[in-house]
Design a protein around this ligand. Sequence first.
Ligand SMILES: Cc1ncc(COP(=O)(O)O)c(C=O)c1O
Length: 398
Amino acid sequence: MDDVTSPGARRGFGTRLTHGSRPAVRSHGFVNPPLHRGSTVLQPSCEARIENAKHRFERVMTYGTQGGPTHYALEDMVAGIEGGTHCTIVGTGLAAVAVPLLAFLRAGDHCLMPDSAYGPARNLAEGLMTGWGIETTFYDPTATAESLAALWRPNTRVLYMESPGSHTFEIQDVPALAALARARGAISMIDNTWGIHHFQPFAKGCDVSIQALTKYVGGHSDILLGSVTVNSQAHHHAVRAASSAMGHYASPDDCWLALRGARTMAVRLAHQEKAGLEVARWLQARPEVDRILHPALPEDPGHAIWKRDFTGACSLFGVVFQPRYAQEEIFRFVDGLQLFGIGASWGGYESLALPTNLAVVRRVTPAPAAQIVRLHVGLEEVADLQADLAQALALLPR
Ligand SMILES: Cc1ncc(COP(=O)(O)O)c(C=O)c1O
């Protein structure tokens, strides 16, 4: 089988997802690669064991925690999706946030994180990282290179980004911010879960890309998994060393399921992008709605940068209600939905709704002063989803 997932391969996204990471040699003609489970990896001799351990970050298999063939197949798939050279799989998307932060930051360092960041990333910065003597400044996610430069310190070591913010959907000017980080000798990292393959982080100048594979790659709400992809061997060794030192690991069963999810991701994503935009536009015309937070809509403040930097969108967006509604009224609307489940982990085949907790995001920079509901549009028929939203909107006071 060709290495069609390799960076620079010219075939289309769907073709690469279909044919990548299917090593013909070990599959005996079966379409899918085998699943390898294991802790002990038997070594041919004591000398070989010592020698092999020196190359454990280069896929010389020495022990289960360093990964095995099933992990490597998924790593190649994800590196191909994002255009990186090396990928490390970890047990959750949150672990994929934590590992590179802790790989590149030391006591006395300073980190810049957007005020819109995924809540648990913020918790890590404010909690454990602060305890270890690493200081974080939360910056306006719409910062320009000039305004971010004003927050820069001599000890700023990591610039963290998440574009768009997964609760308030601000698009960041990643190429400009990543270029600033590079010029100042810092590491730039991005949570690219929303962008998946629509945003190519390394082509835009980032050093590290984080994915919660739990979302669209898994695609079926039945696994938790994360990836850290980089673009150089030096960064790969730093990530692998941190991940290994902390005992991070992912179940090969889950890696196998993520590979299976990836095979159908191109069609799911294309369908969900279209369905999500149809639902977003329908909601935009409703009198109960003030505005929609979706960078693919031309009226969104982040649209120009999204159009410049992304090739598409996923189906996660925000609905800002008219300011006249109180939280309990919006809760009644969400509770009244029948097809949209109340749940957090987006990217599956099913639609979800979740009131946004603005106490967790946008604490430093001003946030919309109204109730926001985050919607994830799944694979149900759009007309059924619209009918469900209409009946729940009818529960709001006139
Ligand atoms: C943007 C973003 N990054 C990371 C994660 C963490 O993923 P996981 O649930 O696999 O820990 C999430 C989960 O909701 C997320 O939304």
